[in-house]
Ligand binder design. Sequence first.
Ligand SMILES: *Cc1c(COP(=O)(O)O)cnc(C)c1O
Length: 402
Amino acid sequence: METMKQYIEEAEQALLHTYNRYQVVLDKGEGVYLYDIEGKKYLDFCAGIAVFALGYNNQTYNDALKAQIDKVIHTSNYYYNVPAIEAAKKMKKVSQMDRVFFTNSGAEAVEGAIKAARKYAYLKDGRTDHEIIAMEHSFHGRTMGALSVTGNPKYREAFEPMIGNIRFAKMNDFKSVLSNVTDKTCAILFETVQGEGGIFPAEENFLKQVKALCEEKDILLILDEIQCGMGRTGYMYAWQKYGVKPDIMTTAKALGCGIPVGAFMMTEKVGANSLTSGDHGTTYGGNPLAAAAINVVLDLFEENHIIDNVKETGSYLEEKLDELVSQYDFIDTRRGLGLMQGLVFNRPVGDIITKALEKGLILINAGTNIIRFVPPLIITKKNIDDMIVILKTCLDEIAHQA
Ligand SMILES: *Cc1c(COP(=O)(O)O)cnc(C)c1O
């Protein structure tokens, strides 16, 4: 067998260099642990970027996918299939939305949400110059439409021009949103908890003010729940904590727990007055295999009381991270909800993450100064204690070296 180093060299010869990857070749997973090809074990607080909610190698999940593979994997959206019907019904129930469109990724869900909002406004006034208000520091994906509403100029610059008529407001600053509203505004879009941008939860008051504004002016509220949704905050969708229901919502990441699938969903008001036959489509979106994954994921969420576990372990994680804030001068604060937490440093965190990896702990950043904690949602308090022990060893080394 080739060594990790050999595989990494081969990867760097063959793959387009769009990532600076950690120097590990992962091989298999079990519960909250991953193993590299040399057999080293890692406690995983990344979960494939908030994807593997149920942990690795869950037998029920694997069996459901294998059973579907033996029946049919793909049929196209020209026909109905039972797994997609079941998945859409379940998603309506947990999301409180009325209509579902399946996609293959988060970015595609955002693309669909933008198209639905523009079409809704177009049907009202026939104009073709509608505007969308998005937030600074947001992240919505890498395709051109999703990139256009991503509030990070560094990601956008080389790919200009973006889709037009996007304005950026400041998250949690209602005045900034208000000052960007014009008679052309068709939607206000943001993540209920900003992920890549640094784990910034939307404040309750901000959510409520934006919602009231949207209702007053018939502007659509689009919430991107791709990272913060699917139970991660202790609510199936983060907005449910505040009861501020969006008109359109996006979901992906943990939705398929590893099978690439996403969706944009909407209320009946938008569903009946936006995209219609011929307006949007996808070859793969919601194919029987992807839909089977959603079905087993949502069943297991219920059977295993995943949300209850997030509520309990989420507050324990908060407590433990808050202790670190008080123990180390170079940690400024903690932000987040449930099992979506950020530890904000007053220095870059890259070396800490690399040290943790060497010691068998997988962590990721969110921006240069923030360590992000998005573990599998089946995590236990013991797992959190184990993580803290390793992280503290790394932090002590940094403290001594300074
Ligand atoms: C990851 C993410 C996306 C993009 O999803 P992809 O599946 O990578 O296209 C969009 N929005 C948010 C909030 C995300 O975290």
